[in-house]
Ligand binder design. Structure first.
Ligand SMILES: Nc1ncnc2c1ncn2[C@@H]1O[C@H](COP(=O)(O)OP(=O)(O)OP(=O)(O)O)[C@@H](O)[C@H]1O
Length: 431
């Protein structure tokens, strides 16, 4: 495995906190604010619990979509274009601004568009500016996790997809529809299809968009046409379900089950984060929920990850805001180990074999030339040899290679043999 000159290295998760403006309900409740933002743009103080929380960046309610994207998501997208895995996810209570941040109120409006549409523009911009010997393939998939089932939003009949893991691909969702895309507009159309399929389920199965986790997955393969090497970057953009406590929702019956499932997957996510940041913990419970399993590489694994926690500034939602801030603070301690996913393509391997065969041919030619020289000087040419040490005692012709695995050994022996003949010739010249 090659790493594009960059060895695997540790990288902390980047955690940003975004406060939205107060909504009408909050203004009607009293309009009181429960937080004070620090002048340093990285801290937020909660007077009621006399605690400060420090993040990589804290965005106030006036922060633009572009500012949030440029700081929290763009570096991750650039990483994916260099062959790293990347994840941007939004966590916060219902109506705190997760969807506003990830999608935005209008995915085609330049000012209002959120992280996902901005990412689409960045990716195609990156592709347009890449060297012309790099060939790109971009694939998109969209799923939601609802009541512990993974549903394919590009083919809703697939409503219980399974998670698999193997050495080459890491953790992945088996059988998910991956659509090849060649332009920004194609991705926007796919996003609309996904949104439509999600909305159809909504009318059938209660209103659930804020109760399911939405995962937008994008894979970028880039083939270098010069050396045939292949890099694969995977991007996960995640809009989580609301994180509020079950009690506050006033849910009963099916809704209560739903709320418990959301809580279960979010608390499983919290447990994973706790285990990753607790030195005493030896087991990370990724398998306790579909969500934590899908995000396995993003938390403590091979991915550049950015978490955007979204909060209400209102006194009315203070408890949820504090719990979100604590979640973010804990996540900030996670260290991932990231590396470029540099895979060997079949063409690259064929080319390397071809080069080695050529080098072997060159060596053989050199050997027969040297043998002729030996013979013309009346020196007997050794018949067979096995190791370099036996060469010094009894020179011999190298054995024919049996298979590819033996070629390297054969090559070494040829080189030893050439060295031996050169030494013999040097002796002749001296005498
Ligand atoms: N930073 C912001 N600036 C202006 N309006 C915002 C901001 N964040 C959120 N809003 C508004 O607040 C409302 C709720 O936001 P949003 O739907 O994004 O919440 P959510 O966290 O995704 O909720 P859910 O968990 O239900 O999906 C929306 O009307 C949205 O436009």
């Amino acid at each position: 495995m090659a790493f594009d000159g960059q060895d695997p290295h540790e990288e902390s998760i980047k955690v940003c906190c975004r406060f939205r403006p107060q909504n009408q309900l909050e203004k009607d409740q009293s309009g009181k604010i429960c937080i004070t933002l620090g002048d340093d743009i990285t801290s937020v103080y909660v007077p009621n619990i006399d605690s400060s929380f420090v993040f990589d960046r804290v965005f106030g309610s006036e922060a633009s979509q572009k500012e949030v994207y440029d700081y929290a998501a763009k570096p991750i997208i650039n990483g994916v274009l260099r062959g790293f895995n990347g994840t941007v996810f939004a966590y916060g209570q219902t109506a705190s601004g997760k969807t506003h941040t990830m999608e935005g109120p209008d995915i085609e409006d330049e000012v209002q568009m959120g992280v996902i549409p901005r990412m689409v523009w960045s990716i195609f911009d990156g592709i347009d500016h890449a060297a012309d010997y790099i060939e790109f393939v971009v694939k998109v998939a969209i799923v939601e996790i609802y009541n512990e089932r993974i549903r394919d939003l590009l083919d809703p009949k697939k409503d219980n997809l399974k998670i698999h893991e193997d050495k080459a691909r890491g953790v992945f969702i088996g059988g998910v529809t991956e659509t090849y895309v060649g332009s920004e507009q194609e991705i926007f159309d796919i996003m609309k299809t996904g949104k439509y399929n999600r909305a159809v389920a909504e009318t059938n199965l209660n209103e659930h968009s804020s109760r399911s986790h939405l995962i937008f997955m994008l894979t970028i393969e880039q083939k270098n046409l010069h050396d045939r090497s292949l890099k694969v970057g995977k991007l996960h953009l995640v809009d989580l379900a609301g994180s509020e406590k079950v009690g506050k929702t006033g849910a009963t019956g099916d809704r209560l089950d739903e709320a418990k499932n959301i809580n279960r997957s979010l608390s499983a996510l919290g447990n994973v984060i706790n285990a990753l940041t607790d030195r005493k913990s030896t087991h990370v419970p990724y398998r306790d929920s579909k969500l934590s399993r899908v995000l396995q590489e993003s938390l403590g694994g091979n991915a550049k990850t950015s978490l955007i926690i979204t909060c209400s500034p209102s006194y009315y939602n203070e408890q949820e805001t504090i719990s979100t801030l604590r979640f973010g603070q804990r996540a900030k301690m996670i260290k991932n180990v990231v590396k470029v996913n540099h895979e060997r393509s079949v063409e690259e391997l064929k080319m390397l074999l071809q080069r080695r065969d050529q080098a072997l041919g060159d060596l053989r030619g050199r050997v027969s030339l040297l043998e002729q020289l030996l013979r013309s000087n009346g020196i007997p040419v050794p018949e067979e040899h096995t190791t370099s040490s036996s060469l010094t005692r009894q020179a011999s012709a190298p054995p024919a290679p049996v298979d590819e695995a033996e070629k390297t050994e054969y090559e070494d022996q040829l080189q030893d043999f050439v060295a031996f003949v050169l030494a013999a010739l040097a002796d002749i010249l001296e005498t």
